[in-house]
Design a protein around this ligand. Structure first.
Ligand code: PLP
Length: 376
């Protein structure tokens, strides 16, 4: 049973079938001038248009090799020496956090905006730190750790009022296809998405760039993607991203209601058990993610005990899961005795209520086994 859907998801069958068909009929290089090449190039531009339509966006869609790459492109491609101060929240994914750390080494003044105890960006602290010398802001839409949802349009409004030239980047990886995303009304300059969190292929993402926003390329070569990301396009990945966004946006409410029902059942079962736990996700978080801390347990041990029972769960971002401690939960002020036993349960449209009941029973059973062993 798979409950680590915030780290990746199974690819939709319809996507695999479409890719198979494209491979048989149109495997050409999209840069080739003959008709087959032009046809593939048209497939890519159709995907661009479909993503724009699904997310109500009117600028450029730059396909990348991952959301990590898109986040790097946003940060290194827009950091501007005229404004040496950059802001990010304490909740950002490692792909933003570590890019900003690199900017710091390159002489930028990097400041962190605090999180509230609910895991959202603290707007008061944002207002304090958003001074006129800030040139770049990066704040995620939905937290990959807790599912907490930031009020991006409000933060953009505040930032642009203080410096109309500020570039506002939003990592929307855990939002697209899961909660309603209307990029025009968010008002962001740059927005990141990923295919494999919503049943597309791994190794493909996109950076959406508002018209008029200048981004410098990180990769040079043949000039694909408007010169911003050279290299022969990952046609299968791009098609999968387009289909994944389209499918998820069309079934957004239906999928959300299903996942919410699963999450509520899980929480209800855990709360009626004898285990000592804290839920770190706020009540109004995305229902796709619930982060729970089990008192005086080691998360890795619980995770392995569940894994031995054929149940896969997460303990934070897969990119940083091997590092000790949890930077984001610590920033929220969660107490250490619960943080160390933190597991992240993340759902998908394919999980069933029976699976969730079994998940909860097994979680309670391994926590009790852990406590028993620890007391011996
Ligand atoms: N941003 C967030 C919020 C994520 O959850 C992830 C994946 O865990 C990423 C970025 C990185 O995505 P990718 O695996 O496509 O590089």
């Amino acid at each position: 049973m798979f409950f680590d859907n915030a780290s990746t998801t199974i690819v939709d069958n319809s996507i695999m079938q479409t890719i198979y068909t494209i491979n048989n009929n149109s495997y050409y290089n999209p840069g080739a001038l003959y008709r087959g090449g032009r046809d593939v190039s048209k497939i890519i531009s159709d995907v661009r248009n479909s993503i724009k339509k699904s997310l109500n966006f009117d600028g450029d869609v730059i396909f990348t090799g991952s959301a990590t790459e898109a986040n790097n492109m946003a940060i290194f491609g827009c950091a501007n020496r005229r404004y040496k101060k950059v802001l990010l929240s304490e909740g950002e994914h490692p792909s933003v956090y570590n890019s900003m750390m690199e900017l710091k080494l390159r002489g930028f003044d990097v400041e962190f905006v605090k999180l509230t105890k609910n895991g959202c960006v603290d707007e008061g602290d944002f207002i304090e730190k958003m001074t006129p010398d800030v040139g770049l802001v990066s704040i995620m839409y939905v937290s990959n750790e807790t599912g907490a949802i930031n009020n991006i349009s409000a933060l953009v409004g505040i930032a642009k009022k203080i410096n109309k030239n500020v570039v506002f980047h939003c990592d929307g990886v855990q939002a697209v296809g899961k909660v309603l995303v209307d990029i025009s009304s968010l008002g962001v300059d740059l927005f990141t998405l990923s295919a494999h969190k919503i049943h597309g292929l791994k190794g493909v993402g996109a950076l959406l760039v508002r018209k008029g926003c200048k981004v410098k390329p990180l990769i040079f070569g043949g000039g694909q993607e408007g010169g911003l990301r050279s290299g022969t396009e990952n046609v299968f990945g791009i098609v999968s991203l387009g289909m994944a966004v389209d499918n998820a946006c069309k079934s957004l409410t239906e999928n959300y209601d299903h996942v919410k029902m699963l999450k509520d059942k899980f929480v209800e079962k855990i709360s009626s058990s004898n285990v000592d736990y804290q839920i770190f996700s706020p009540n109004d978080a995305s229902a796709y993610i619930v982060s729970v801390g089990f008192k005086n347990c080691r998360a890795e041990t619980l995770l392995n005990m569940l894994s031995d029972r054929g149940i896969y769960v997460g303990n934070g971002s897969a990119c940083s899961a091997k590092k000790s401690g949890n930077r984001v939960l610590q920033a929220m002020g969660c107490s250490k005795e619960y943080v160390e036993g933190n597991l992240r349960f993340s759902f998908s449209k394919f999980n069933t209520i029976d699976e969730v009941v079994s998940l909860a029973d097994n979680v309670v059973s391994v926590v009790n086994e852990y406590m028993y062993n620890a007391s011996m």
